[in-house]
Design a protein around this ligand. Structure first.
Ligand code: DHB
Length: 315
């Protein structure tokens, strides 16, 4: 019997990833050590921690907590500032696509950050984060501001020449997804990443009768397995409404090869791992790769395109 070679590489609108699995921004991608570990790992690409112009300490500790099926965080954008991430990319041998995540505290700051990133050719692409839920001093979240987002992206594309994608928050109404997709379809966007954490969740320790993280009276963004149904729904609806050349990077609730399969079946071209990477560490990429290959062999698929977006409906 001839064994078919299983190809789990991905193309994000022409950006080639040797493997469709990468880290989600925020998780273990903030420091030189974190990013070096990712360079040496088998992840298919790297996303840096969302950066601001100046370095930030972030919110008071504890600011991250996880339980069996989820995580809650209110990190507050701790990051080393855009110059650190650009210097890292400029000085290291970069062996896979690297996405610079940007999350300015204001619209003006975002313009400056994108302008700066445009000056460096080793940055593969920009992931513009319009969905950070944890910043008190930030203007309202652009991802939920339908008028603001349109005007903002129009201005970005007046000068941006780099491959650029948008990290979106979860939406809970079809009309919202349709509206955002119709806006994004007007611009030369390379990809969207959906979804960011579910904003303003609350986890309680019943013994202590207390919240578990200190900032914002315990409220924070929710990630992990419990958000997978929302990630899948957002991916599939965006797959329906977005221009076909805008790739979708799926993010939310992946902890197994089966979860990756579901994201791709809904229309994702590649995936990102957040909470599970935090729980398991750098070996998560090798395990997920094995699990995905094993599943595709069992299903007799030889590449992601054989099933991408082909979710079936009941008659
Ligand atoms: C943070 C959290 C996010 O979900 C995000 O998209 C950006 C930043 C944070 O709190 O650091």
């Amino acid at each position: 019997m001839i064994m078919k070679k299983i190809d789990i590489s991905a193309s994000i609108n022409g950006i080639k990833l040797p493997l469709c699995i990468m880290n989600a921004s925020g998780v273990l991608c903030s420091t030189d050590q974190d990013l070096s570990n990712l360079l040496n790992s088998s992840s298919g690409g790297i996303v840096t921690k969302s950066c601001t112009y100046k370095p930030r300490e972030g919110n008071i500790l504890p600011r991250y907590f996880e339980w069996n099926i989820g995580s809650i965080n209110s990190m507050g954008l701790p990051n080393l500032g855009i110059d650190f991430y650009i210097n890292f990319i400029e000085k290291k041998k970069i062996n896979k696509p690297i996405f610079l995540s940007i999350s300015g505290l204001s619209i003006e700051e975002n313009y400056s950050l994108v302008q700066k990133a445009n000056q460096y050719s080793k940055i593969t692409a920009i992931e513009l984060n319009l969905s950070c839920p944890n910043i008190l001093e930030k203007e309202k979240m652009l991802g939920y501001d339908f008028y603001g987002i349109s005007n903002f992206i129009e201005n970005i594309f007046k000068f941006n020449k780099k491959p650029l994608g948008i990290k979106l928050p979860p939406y809970f109404h079809e009309a919202h997804i349709k509206n955002i997709a119709l806006i994004l379809n007007q611009f030369p966007i390379f990809f969207v990443t959906c979804i960011n954490s579910l904003p303003n969740g609350l986890f309680i320790d019943i013994n202590k009768e207390s919240v578990v993280i200190r900032p914002k009276k315990g409220f924070g963004g929710i990630g992990g397995s419990i958000i997978k149904p929302f990630a899948l729904a957002n991916i599939h609806k965006f797959y329906t409404y977005l221009r076909k050349d805008i790739a979708i990077i799926g993010c939310g609730g992946i902890s197994s090869g089966k979860d990756i399969f579901e994201h791709i079946l809904c229309g994702a071209s590649a995936v990102q791992i957040g909470t599970q990477f935090m729980k398991e560490g750098i070996s998560v990429f090798e395990r997920l790769k094995k699990e995905l290959i094993f599943l595709l062999k069992k299903k007799n698929y030889s590449s992601l395109n054989s099933f991408k977006g082909k979710l079936k409906y009941l008659q």
